[in-house]
Design a protein around this ligand. Sequence first.
Ligand code: NAD
Length: 260
Amino acid sequence: MLQDKVALITGSTSGIGLGVANALAAQGCRIVLNGLGDAAEIERVRADLATRHGVDVRYDGADLMNPDAITALVDGAVAAFGGVDILVNNAGIQHTAPIEEFPAPTWDAIIALMLSAPFHLIRQIVPGMKDRNWGRIINISSVHGLVASIDKAAYVSAKHGLMGLTKVVALETARTGVTCNAINPGFVRTELIERQIQDRAANLGVSEAEAVEALLGEKQPSKQFVTVEQLGQLAVFLCSDAASQITGIPVPVDGGWTAQ
Ligand code: NAD
């Protein structure tokens, strides 16, 4: 059903974004990868996705903190593939500090990447989706789009803001074949979390395994990490016909975090 659909996944050179790209490519989607990183490693990832799944995979290294680069990213995808059918807003960063010590430029960067970039992408991509009367927008929010934790002012604010954007876009597209939803993961063991594990181990003077145990024990009742494969399969489901009446909602995948 998703054969030949065009999926643009931001921040898909690693972690959750790559997991979603992999799952959509396995369904026959043509893929636009985006993200930062080592050029040779990214080319390896791009070529691997293309050969494993037999689909066209294009890479665009747009820095999503720059609105002009976002416009060029969308224009490039449309020129190469004719349009974007599936948009996954996933790129993100983290910074932890108490609010009185939170650097203002870091606040601006997190809001630009994790809230303004999805706005710019959706506003430029939704007209084509409406014209074709089919589209899927999936915003990778977080449990932190639903509840808060200390020391994450910018991240929690951006992720809550993204939930508001998800609901507005869902309402504005409700009478079309376009849906807009959010996925709200708990802890997933990616680069983004690896730094928090290392920091916690260093601050508490404990081993990495003990830091992981403490991190999960504090928040995630299942005491297991969510996997990128599980999130990829959920994205595939949200793109299916079975999900055509699911719009404007958060889908927590969090081992019970937000049930507490
Ligand atoms: P990750 O660090 O592996 O991936 C982040 C991606 O964003 C990378 O591809 C990176 O290159 C890209 N990126 C960073 N800055 C960018 C920029 N300026 N322009 C373009 N791309 C940029 O981390 P991840 O855990 O896979 O995170 C992906 C998303 O999932 C984020 O939005 C994150 O907030 C969210 N999330 C992660 C977790 C978790 O536990 N890992 C939990 C909930 C939500």
